[in-house]
Design a binder for this molecule. Structure first.
Ligand code: FAD
Ligand code: 5PR
Length: 380
């Protein structure tokens, strides 16, 4: 098939709304394929929200494809095992057959993507909020400015205005459990010898209350803590966190929890899911949480977003019209995201990860996908 940019003789133009992991990846991948790209961020600066993040083989391959992997790997961590505890007893230690995975802070990943976006020549506009888009390739900003392009990418997150302005049919719901996510100092030397503190440890307690801590080392200095409790539990969901109620259940983490309790800006978030009838309308494509926000159980929301953004640039390079490329992109790439979203939702609703050994071949399907070779390449 003809490459759009080669057949028209001049670079095509894309406007990408939202500079999260999805928008940054889309902008870089399109720019690498010869597009003129402007990335619009409503905030006054480019920054990451949230605490830590897991990336698996699929997301790491995207980073390789956009030449950001080496930068990202430096200062991040792959734990020796993903351990699960129930009532403080280890029930499983998973190593995924050697499948690559990595934990990092969100700001680390975001900074590397921003650096790469600048290096490849993406034009970045901050304080630039998208309010609506049209299927014929127009993007309207809060300022009143109307921009025309060959492609509009709506990567403006779970509350997407680009999506809502186009009238996609959608189902949205939030879960009954939620989580407080924080980065605290590791303090490995203060934690005693109850555990191998370089592991991920998913510490579940269902009795006497449902309280869980996902302990995730990001590097030598930083620890990502996810503190989960039902939204109906006023003490478990309180921010800044209720130190007493967490230390009572997890006394061996007291030094880290004491640091966590000092963080005034902590938030408790419920999991949101968004499911659309379509991700595409004419020259507009939705990527990331705007299209498919999912429960975090399989830690694949950003991974799928990055794969989809990268794959969009691939399909646009192989088709002769933008509209056709978007339709075949959704057809090709969406089933894997739908499946991951459904299984993640099921795991979250049933608290399935508490059983241990839940990273089955099916659960790791998205992780095993290789977006560069377009095959499931793991185990090799
Ligand atoms: P966002 O990160 O929401 O980015 C949207 C960007 O657009 C923001 O910068 C925002 O300011 C900007 N914006 C918003 N509106 C506009 C507008 N109108 N105009 C211009 N700009 C706008 N995924 C993983 O892969 N691994 C994990 O370990 C993982 N853990 C998670 C844990 C929890 C508790 C949750 C809730 C999610 C987790 N996820 C994880 C999912 C992941 O965080 C999201 O899927 C991912 O961040 C979505 O990226 P995004 O770029 O689509 O959206
Ligand atoms: N995995 C990860 C995660 O951040 C969460 C969950 C699973 C990496 C939430 O913080 O099950 O909620 C989960």
């Amino acid at each position: 098939m003809a490459n759009i940019n080669r057949t028209t003789g001049k670079a095509l133009r894309a406007h990408v709304a939202g500079a999260g992991f999805a928008g940054l990846t889309a902008a870089i991948a399109l720019r690498q394929n010869g597009w003129d790209v402007t990335l619009h961020e409503k905030d006054s600066e480019l920054r990451a929200f949230g605490a830590g993040i897991y990336l698996w083989h699929n997301g790491l391959r995207v980073l390789e494809g956009i030449d950001a992997l080496n930068d990202v790997l430096h200062g991040t961590h792959t734990p020796p095992a993903y351990e699960t505890w129930m009532h403080n007893k280890s029930v499983s230690k998973e190593t995924f057959n050697g499948l690559p995975w990595r934990i990092m802070t969100r700001s680390h990943l975001h900074n590397a993507l921003v650096k790469r976006a600048h290096a490849v020549g993406v034009t970045v506009r901050t304080n630039s909020e998208a309010v609506s888009a049209e299927a014929d390739g127009r993007l309207t900003l809060q300022s009143g400015e109307v921009l025309e392009a060959d492609l509009i990418v709506g990567a403006d997150g779970v509350g997407s205005k680009v999506r809502d302005s186009l009238g996609f049919k959608q189902d949205r719901w939030v879960s009954t459990d939620g989580i407080i996510r924080l980065i605290v100092p590791r303090m490995k030397d203060k934690l005693g010898d109850e555990a191998e503190w370089d592991n991920t440890i998913d510490m579940w307690n269902l009795e006497p209350r449902v309280q869980r801590i996902l302990y995730s080392p990001c590097n030598k200095e930083e620890l990502y803590l996810g503190l989960m409790a039902p939204a109906a539990d006023p003490r478990g969901s309180k921010v800044p966190l209720d130190l007493e109620v967490w230390v009572e259940m997890f006394p061996f983490l007291e030094p880290c929890l004491a640091e966590a309790a000092k963080l005034e800006a902590a938030r408790y978030d419920k999991y949101a899911t968004t499911k659309l009838d379509s991700w595409v309308k004419g020259k507009v494509a939705l990527v990331g949480d705007s299209a498919h926000a999912m429960c975090p159980a399989l830690a694949q929301g950003a991974g799928c977003a990055m794969v989809n953004a990268f794959s969009l640039a691939q399909d646009l390079a192989e088709q002769s019209s933008v509209e056709d490329a978007l339709v075949s992109w959704e057809r090709r790439i969406r089933p894997l995201t739908d499946h991951t979203q459904a299984l993640s939702g099921e795991y979250a609703a049933n608290r399935s990860l508490s059983k241990g050994n839940m990273f089955t071949n099916e659960a790791l399907e998205a992780a095993r996908y290789d977006p560069i070779k377009r095959v499931y390449s793991w185990p090799q």
